[in-house]
Ligand binder design. Structure first.
Ligand SMILES: Nc1nc2c(ncn2[C@@H]2O[C@H](COP(=O)(O)OP(=O)(O)OP(=O)(O)O)[C@@H](O)[C@H]2O)c(=O)[nH]1
Ligand SMILES: [Mg+2]
Ligand SMILES: [Zn+2]
Length: 307
């Protein structure tokens, strides 16, 4: 289900009610972005007022009682919910990589898995095409063509930026990826001005430390809304039964029917369709190796889960 501000603002809504998205929350007051780009500062009605019941990213119906002021009347059903910090209804996660710094493809694979689990569309954005060679592009295409849309951009020269904004038009998105791949630079290139600081280390969500930081959503034009963090829950792989892992490698789908054993984990089973596809060059050997790395990690943790 894809809910855009446009789609939720339908004729069934009574005249004095408007719909929009909660983009910021401070002390029980919420900024709601309407389709026309205006922002209404709202309280929550009745039981909605209890702090924590309204999430950043919620699509809501509000009544406007005077210019710029209103009340949230109802929350539309949520399509997903990410934690630490909480953010809901993300349409797409843009997984950013670049030739430099050297990509952490295992992180890319983990992000892809979590996107599939959370029903978020993954888009891979390769930045810095100005310093990219053909081999890099081939390697990325080979690994990810069958699992995600891929955009090639250079925030420096502007190459591919229009096509990329077209891909995320009217989407609520967040950017993920290693430091210095150019996430802030990409946003600045879309906005057409220096909205975010470039080259400065961004604040990281630190493990173990309790962070009360909340998300904020920015309207960056073309109907694109951007969350300044995607939430910890897409960055780390939770422990699950390793047998489930291959299900999240949807690029294996075409080959698993050729596996001799039902429930084949493409690990050390004989006559495995996935391993045969790798041997024939139909599947990226590197992606398969990363699958094995994740599989072994999960297996290790899974065996120790009752220790
Ligand atoms: N050659 C080249 N360099 C770029 C490009 N885009 C960004 N950079 C450089 O890459 C470095 C990091 O860019 P940032 O936008 O700060 O990266 P970031 O992903 O936001 O980094 P964090 O905020 O630390 O996560 C800066 O020195 C930029 O000038 C590009 O398209 N080509
Ligand atoms: Mg940054
Ligand atoms: Zn198999």
């Amino acid at each position: 289900m894809e809910v855009s501000i446009k789609q939720t603002n339908n004729t069934k809504i009574a005249k004095d009610l408007r719909s929009g998205q909660v983009i910021k929350g401070v002390g029980g007051l919420y900024d709601v972005l309407l389709q026309d780009g205006s922002i209404v500062n709202c309280t929550g009605r009745g039981k909605l007022r209890v702090l924590g019941d309204i999430y950043i990213g919620d699509y809501v119906e509000i009544s406007v009682y005077k210019a710029g002021k209103g009340a949230i009347e109802r929350i539309f059903p949520r399509k997903n919910k990410l934690t630490r910090p909480y953010v809901t209804n993300i349409d797409a996660i843009v997984i950013c990589i670049a030739p430099i710094p050297r990509p952490d493809f295992l992180l890319v694979d983990k992000l892809l898995i979590n996107c599939i689990i959370q029903d978020i569309k993954p888009i891979i954005c390769v930045n810095k095409t100005d310093i990219m060679d053909e081999e890099f592009r081939k390697n990325v295409d080979n690994s990810y063509n069958d699992i995600a849309d891929i955009a090639y951009v250079s925030s420096l020269t502007g190459e591919g930026i229009d096509e990329f904004s077209g891909m995320i038009k009217d989407h609520f998105v967040s950017l993920a990826g290693q430091s210095a791949v150019g996430k802030s630079s990409i946003v600045n290139a879309i906005v057409g001005r220096q909205m975010l600081e470039v080259g400065e280390l961004s604040r990281k969500v630190e493990r173990g430390r309790h962070t009360t930081r909340t998300v904020e959503i920015f309207d960056i034009g073309h109907g694109i809304r951007l969350a300044d963090t995607c939430g910890f829950s897409v960055l780390e792989l939770v422990d699950f039964d390793p047998a489930e892992l291959s299900g999240y490698f949807t690029d294996f789908d075409n080959f698993r029917a050729d596996c001799k054993f039902r429930g084949c984990c493409h690990y050390n089973e004989p006559d495995c369709g996935v391993k045969n596809a790798v041997d024939k060059g139909l599947l990226s050997a590197e992606r398969y190796e990363r699958y094995m790395t994740l599989y072994k990690d999960l297996l290790d943790k899974w065996r120790k889960r009752y220790d």
